[in-house]
Design a protein around this ligand. Sequence first.
Ligand SMILES: Cc1cc2nc3c(=O)[nH]c(=O)nc-3n(C[C@H](O)[C@H](O)[C@H](O)COP(=O)(O)OP(=O)(O)OC[C@H]3O[C@@H](n4cnc5c(N)ncnc54)[C@H](O)[C@@H]3O)c2cc1C
Length: 586
Amino acid sequence: MGAAHHTLDCDLLVIGSGAGGLSAAVTAAHLGLKVIVAEKDPQFGGTTAWSGGWMWVPRNPLAVQAGMVEDIEKPLSYLRHELGEQFDEARARTFLDNGPRMVEFFRRRSALQFIDGNVIPDFHGHTPDAATGGRSICAAPFDGRRLGERLHDLKPPLLETTLWGMGIASGAELRHFLNAIHKPASFWYVTKKVLRHWRDLLVHRRGTQLVNGNALVAGLARSLLDQGGQILTSSPATRLLKDGGRVTGAVLHTPHGALHVQARRGVVLACGGFPHDAARKQQLLPHAPTGNEHWSAGNRSNTGDGLRLGESAGGQVASDLLQAAALAPVSLVPRMNPGMEGSTAHFPHLIERAKPGLIAVTARGERFANEADSYHDVMQALLAATPAGHKPEAWLLCDHAFIRYYGLGAVKPAPMPLTPWLGNGYLQRGDTLSELARACGIDAERLQATVQRYNAMALVGRDADFAKGETPYNRIQGDAINASARGLPNPCMGPIERGPFYAVKVVMGSLGTFAGLRTNPQGQVLDARDQAIAGLYANGNDMNSMMAGRYPSGGITLGPAMTFGFVAAHHMAGLAPEHSPLNSNP
Ligand SMILES: Cc1cc2nc3c(=O)[nH]c(=O)nc-3n(C[C@H](O)[C@H](O)[C@H](O)COP(=O)(O)OP(=O)(O)OC[C@H]3O[C@@H](n4cnc5c(N)ncnc54)[C@H](O)[C@@H]3O)c2cc1C
């Protein structure tokens, strides 16, 4: 006899509350299904709540509205060129056909709204049919007060990427924050936001001006709750329930004991992949020989549960990806906040690398990459440049003027102080380059030569070594306004001239993982014979990435996660998304 347990029933059980789970949940609830979302953490949102909230959705309605119309063949061709032999046309077409439908549904019927990314280019401007814009959208800012009491169940943004817990949106808002002590208009913008944030902290004990991934999760959660869906926190799924060959639900480990949830239509695994599963990392990430040499910035509870649950029902985890994780340079931040002392945050370097006046060097004192390329490409280059038996580590290095204007990793720009970061060892400083090299363990002579060469190239604006600043993506990540004000011809290159000089060490990390359960285009998990397992779906990073371990553009995890969630919900409701009642006039 098993121990006593409670039971619940529903149409759809979603395991995990990031974009992968919530997109399916909200769509299914709108289609009239009874939905339960089970979340392992005390708060919902996962890595999605920490993310930039950008979604790659070619041909999206916001681009079309702005007159940026392209045939499906264009993004299809870009993907075909980028993914090579592993290009899966059926999945790519399902994604490209349904992405626009997904956006149209959410913006017309749900609390989630979008802003366009019409000026954001694809990562690889030299690949045929790369776009210079019109393929990205982001979650629009969201007033957290609309979540009512559930606001406290929403995972706040990753503290180190915020200002006192307040998220900062990319684009115009970030520019205001960088210019806060330089321009009166920016000063007032920032002052107003900060004052409102402090009031929020007093009244609500957390920020309510939600942006980026936090706004994405909040919008999705609000929509689900509005449709009568349930979100159970602190309730990890520990086992799937089966009946014959069909998955019929799961056992949750809740604060009130075991809960057996029966799901009539299906279970969606959306536990966010395996960024913190040492055994799977050891197996799939060659740079992590013991499984521990990879410091993902993803949510710490993403320990590979979804992949194991899927395997327990016969699912297969792909092991043939070019790269099993969405790589990113990560620095290890000693936490100083009360209650967090002794722990380490994994800070992903997404913003400052392309700005004029920063280089990345190895301990040999040499550059190894175009620093303005995507986080993933920079780390692939680091792996390639690291001799066997050495650790893939690098230093991001800049001068005083740079760090005070842009900050460096977790170190914020002026007027925020540098002292705490120097004190806890996160930031290294040297009055001269040699002194900095000694502090970091970098070859001082080579570093001098590297910086000298780089400075000369920066003045003429041409990176003869790594072609920095030569793609539209590089240039938009750079800072054309600041560079031209300083008479610099390349928005990504500025000389590193006047000490003191600073450096932060970066190690191998990721934004999440790519390798996941093999699925068909509808998101159904496939068994070893490529047959769909009845009742079992995977989404988000539990679904093997359709990008096959490549990283063609920003937003290629959240865009597909949102889209395949929409598709899977239709499939289990017995509907074709192209004839969705959600996209006909209400
Ligand atoms: C700083 C940062 C910025 C990023 N920016 C972007 C961006 O702009 N665009 C983009 O496309 N990608 C971005 N990413 C990557 C992206 O956030 C992730 O790939 C994505 O959020 C993964 O979504 P998911 O739904 O698969 O997982 P998650 O959002 O991590 O959700 C998974 C959830 O499942 C829960 N869970 C785990 N195990 C169980 C269990 N047994 N039972 C129940 N629940 C469980 C976890 O606690 C978690 O809440 C960024 C990542 C980071 C770190």
